[in-house]
Design a protein around this ligand. Structure first.
Ligand SMILES: *[C@@H]1O[C@H](CO)[C@@H](O)[C@H](O)[C@H]1NC(C)=O
Ligand SMILES: *[C@@H]1O[C@H](CO)[C@@H](O)[C@H](O)[C@H]1NC(C)=O
Ligand SMILES: *[C@@H]1O[C@H](CO)[C@@H](O)[C@H](O)[C@H]1NC(C)=O
Ligand SMILES: *[C@@H]1O[C@H](CO)[C@@H](O)[C@H](O)[C@H]1NC(C)=O
Ligand SMILES: *[C@@H]1O[C@H](CO)[C@@H](O)[C@H](O)[C@H]1NC(C)=O
Ligand SMILES: *[C@@H]1O[C@H](CO)[C@@H](O)[C@H](O)[C@H]1NC(C)=O
Ligand SMILES: *[C@@H]1O[C@H](CO)[C@@H](O)[C@H](O)[C@H]1NC(C)=O
Ligand SMILES: *[C@@H]1O[C@H](CO)[C@@H](O)[C@H](O)[C@H]1NC(C)=O
Ligand SMILES: *[C@@H]1O[C@H](CO)[C@@H](O)[C@H](O)[C@H]1NC(C)=O
Length: 775
């Protein structure tokens, strides 16, 4: 290596800096706090008015304004109570005062002589005229010299201004203590096992910010749902979270990228966030003193707040309006009916419009009467808001789920929903609502006589019918497969290089995805991806055919969250198919991230997504095939390593840097890849590098530069220290990984698992070399 490697090293460093210095520069520039290596703070040059530091006292009348002039912190009085003063945060520059957070909601200041300051202990304190503390941040670990900073997201941070050698996490932040408003970017955390997690509590009345009678939070049991409680009893619930939406509000169209996200961090805590598509858009969720939740959107054209949604929005949304086993349908009059097979418990009361006692089963279940489990049946009731308090959530498939319910006499209903899978109820079915469209099906257990049909007269008959049907189906599938195989063979022999339609990829309009992915069915046409975010949907059977039924011979390797197979489309084009394992809980989330991300990205140094396939539990991604596999297969292979000359290595580095620059700077989204490593760099036939595996990527809003996560994902050895240890990530996280990758490419050694006499990593090794060069 000797002299040659010095030059190359300099070259690539130059390239690295010229492409990435810009990223580092702007990371520092907006109202946030970081520490440099010495532990000295690097602060924004933001307005002096965006913070209050120890030694300063803020009087009634002055304001702290966030750097982008979006939020203000100061003293205010609610309407009709001008003598009571509160410290709060509101939108600045919006005519109607919209308060999103109140500090001393229980202890108002009387008169205008209140102050806000940092106490001797370092806490932010609200005091009255006499200097008595009315409210304090009560941060457990405080520093003498702390400051409170207001950000453009509406978060008030308490940070230590001088905290040498320690991490610079906020000591306290207002987002952890919301009042009645939920703001985008706010991360609300819940105990995943506790049933009552009230977090957001409305004002008592519109002119009194003290704690009201309602509260809003998450009930994580089964699958999480948002609940509004009135005292201890439920007032409204959102329905269960299926990974995409809350199923009780089906009309809320969610695009995966934006909107609600619920993440289980694996440590018994759930984190709930809301992300906006554009950070300049102002929106908030607020719960009114009467328990109504609304989302409002600021319209800069109309200069007023627009109501986007209001919950509960109809009388059927009120919790358990029709009592147990009753179904509420807002289109009916009266709104309440009994579930099929059930009759009112108290007919007089029911007919008088008192539905609270609900309904009871008309005919006893066979399993109750004679203990014969197999003799009950299920009636499918569609488009429902599924009942509350489910008893079991499991990974069983539809059939197993039904069998599980049938075999237990205490099971009254089951449902199977993609994203949650098997749901079983054993208690009273409460809070059921019927929607006009959307909703989910519920299979209600009834005595055979209630279901009516003669199909399930005796178990024997059922078995016979099932066998016959299954046999017929099997035969049908077999014939169809044969026929298709023939068709495929003919297609290839007729025109081997045909770039035309793919016969089998009949796009399935698959439920939730169809709105966004109504893609073309002929993929082989060049430039198809140019049409924007359109993606082809493949049928599962066509993918099975392309990959030889996922045979081991076609296996290319193991990507993040699933196996990768090689496939061949009927037209002869090679593809790589990533099959996400249905079992892994993370799968769906990563899948959605990956689809939405890659569909939007077009760059020669990013791997191209051709299409996807969703079929029940199966989630598949179809990529262009890279004959040269991944960079690590060359770099760390003693034989193949020699094929990588300096020129090629330089080209690879340059290509990765370009791809990364596109992700960070040039695409419309700002994307942090978070898992950049040699095995995620794929090489095409000309050894052009392409970045792949976006399953862990995160999107940042235009102005956002840094975020933190409790779920640190990535690969050790490539993870920046602040990310691995604190979960903080930014574009710099990728730049760090890029740096490691660069050293690996230049030295041909793995960062981790690197052993030489006195260096445990490539970094140490390179550092020791650079010392030699200096001498
Ligand atoms: C702060 O802590 C003190 C003593 O533990 C408590 O009395 C006070 O209510 C707390 N204040 C807040 C705002 O939580
Ligand atoms: C707090 O800050 C002031 C002024 O910046 C400085 O004089 C003082 O030494 C600091 N105190 C501590 C404990 O760091
Ligand atoms: C969650 O709450 C339960 C009791 O409801 C408690 O035992 C458990 O420690 C809590 N878990 C966490 C992570 O706080
Ligand atoms: C304030 O008082 C006026 C007049 O009494 C009333 O119309 C208005 O609704 C009140 N506003 C609030 C928020 O209570
Ligand atoms: C809150 O509930 C209590 C008791 O249930 C009731 O007396 C009070 O009027 C309620 N307050 C409001 C603002 O509704
Ligand atoms: C609750 O109050 C809000 C705002 O005043 C109003 O729009 C909504 O209709 C009220 N809801 C009920 C159920 O009274
Ligand atoms: C909210 O407002 C923004 C800009 O005014 C608009 O682009 C966006 O579609 C609105 N969102 C909803 C859900 O109406
Ligand atoms: C409704 O029925 C329940 C039970 O049957 C009874 O306790 C309650 O008083 C009734 N409510 C009204 C308003 O009649
Ligand atoms: C039936 O379901 C109930 C309620 O979930 C459960 O407690 C019971 O163990 C189940 N019985 C059997 C035999 O699985």
């Amino acid at each position: 290596m000797g002299q040659k490697s010095v030059i190359s090293l300099k070259n690539v460093y130059f390239c690295y800096f010229c492409l990435c210095c810009c990223c580092s520069a702007d990371t520092i520039s907006s109202g946030r706090v970081l520490e440099d290596e010495d532990g000295d703070e690097i602060m924004s040059s933001g307005k002096s008015g965006d913070r209050i530091s120890s030694g300063q006292v803020m009087k009634d009348g002055s304001l702290i304004i966030s750097p982008g002039k979006i939020f203000a912190l100061g003293f205010f009085s609610p309407e009709n109570s001008s003598d009571l003063r509160y410290v709060g945060i509101w939108y600045t520059g919006i005519p109607q005062q919209t308060v999103v957070w109140v500090a001393n909601r229980e202890n108002p200041i009387r008169g205008r002589a209140g102050t806000l300051s940092i106490s001797k202990q370092g806490n932010l304190v609200v005091r009255n005229r006499n200097g008595d503390p009315l409210w304090s941040t009560n941060a457990s670990s405080v520093a003498r010299n702390s400051s409170a900073i207001l950000t453009d997201s509406g978060n008030l941070y308490l940070i230590s201004t001088h905290h040498r050698g320690k991490t610079n996490r906020p000591l306290w932040q207002s987002f952890d203590f919301p009042t009645d408003t939920f703001l985008p970017g706010m991360k609300v955390s819940f105990n995943a096992t506790s049933q009552l997690n009230p977090v957001i509590i409305p004002w008592r009345t519109e002119s009194d910010p003290s704690l009201g009678n309602y509260s809003m939070g998450v009930d994580p049991r089964g699958s999480p749902q948002i609940v509004v409680w009135e005292g201890q009893s439920r007032h409204w619930r959102s329905g269960h979270w299926n990974g995409l939406i809350f199923m009780g509000v089906p009309w809320i169209r969610v695009i995966y990228l934006y909107g609600f996200k619920l993440v289980n961090d694996g440590n018994g805590r759930l984190h709930f966030t809301y992300t906006l598509s554009s950070s300049s858009q102002l929106t908030y969720f607020r719960i009114f003193p009467n328990g109504t939740v609304e989302q409002k959107n600021w319209s800069s054209d109309l200069q007023q707040w627009e109501v986007i949604q209001l919950q509960p929005s109809s009388q059927c949304d009120i919790y358990n309006k029709c009592g147990p086993f009753g179904v509420c349908d807002a289109r009916n009059s009266p709104v309440c009916n009994c579930l099929e097979g059930y009759v009112p418990k108290d007919v007089d009361q029911w007919n008088n419009g008192n539905w609270s006692s609900g309904c009871v089963r008309r005919t006893k279940l066979q399993c109750e009467v004679e203990g014969s489990y197999q003799r009950d049946g299920f009636l499918k009731v569609e488009t429902l808001k599924l009942p509350d308090f489910l008893d079991h959530v499991g990974t069983e498939n539809v059939k197993e789920c039904g069998r599980k319910c049938l075999n237990n006499c205490s099971c009254v209903a089951y449902s199977f929903v993609s994203g949650i899978n098997c749901m079983i109820w054993s208690n009273d079915l409460v809070d059921i609502q019927r929607f006009e469209e959307g909703g989910s099906p519920l299979f209600v257990r009834l005595a055979q006589s209630e279901i009516g049909g003669s199909t399930r007269k005796t178990p024997q008959l059922v078995i016979i019918i099932a066998t016959v049907v299954a046999g017929l189906l099997l035969a049908g599938v077999f014939i169809w497969l044969l026929w298709r195989q023939k068709d495929k063979l003919r297609g290839i022999s007729e025109s081997p290089n045909r770039k035309g339609r793919v016969p089998d990829s009949d796009p399935i309009k698959s439920g939730e995805l169809s709105a966004d992915f109504s893609g073309p069915d002929d993929l082989n046409v060049e430039g198809q991806q140019g049409s924007g975010t359109e993606l082809a949907l493949f049928s599962f059977s066509s993918v099975v055919a392309a990959t030889n039924n996922f045979s081991d011979r076609n296996k290319l390797g193991q990507g993040g969250f699933g196996l990768v197979y090689k496939g061949e489309l009927p037209g002869g084009q090679n593809i790589a198919v990533k099959r996400l394992s249905g079992k892994s809980g993370q799968g769906l989330e990563e899948f959605k991230t990956e689809i939405t991300l890659i569909a939007k990205l077009q760059h020669r140094n990013l791997v191209r997504l051709l299409g996807c396939c969703i079929d029940g539990d199966e989630k598949l991604l179809l990529y262009e095939y890279m004959p040269n596999k991944s960079l690590d297969s060359f770099l760390f292979d003693p034989v193949k390593q020699k094929q990588l000359g300096w020129r090629t290595r330089f080209r690879i580095i340059e290509g990765i840097a370009r791809g990364l620059l596109y992700l960070h700077r040039d695409s419309r989204l700002r994307i942090i890849h978070r898992d950049l490593k040699a095995s995620n760099i794929l090489l095409d036939e000309e050894m052009n590098p392409k970045i792949s595996d976006f399953g862990m990527a995160r999107i940042f809003g235009g102005n956002q530069n840094e975020a933190s996560t409790n779920r640190v994902v990535g690969t050790y050895g490539y993870m920046a220290p602040e990310y691995a240890m604190e979960g903080l990530f930014s574009v710099k996280t990728d730049v760090y990984s890029f740096g490691i990758l660069l050293l690996e490419i230049v030295t041909g050694r793995r960062n981790i698992g690197f052993r030489s006499t006195d260096n445990s990593s490539v970094i140490g090794y390179v550092r020791s070399l650079s010392l030699i060069f200096q001498e």
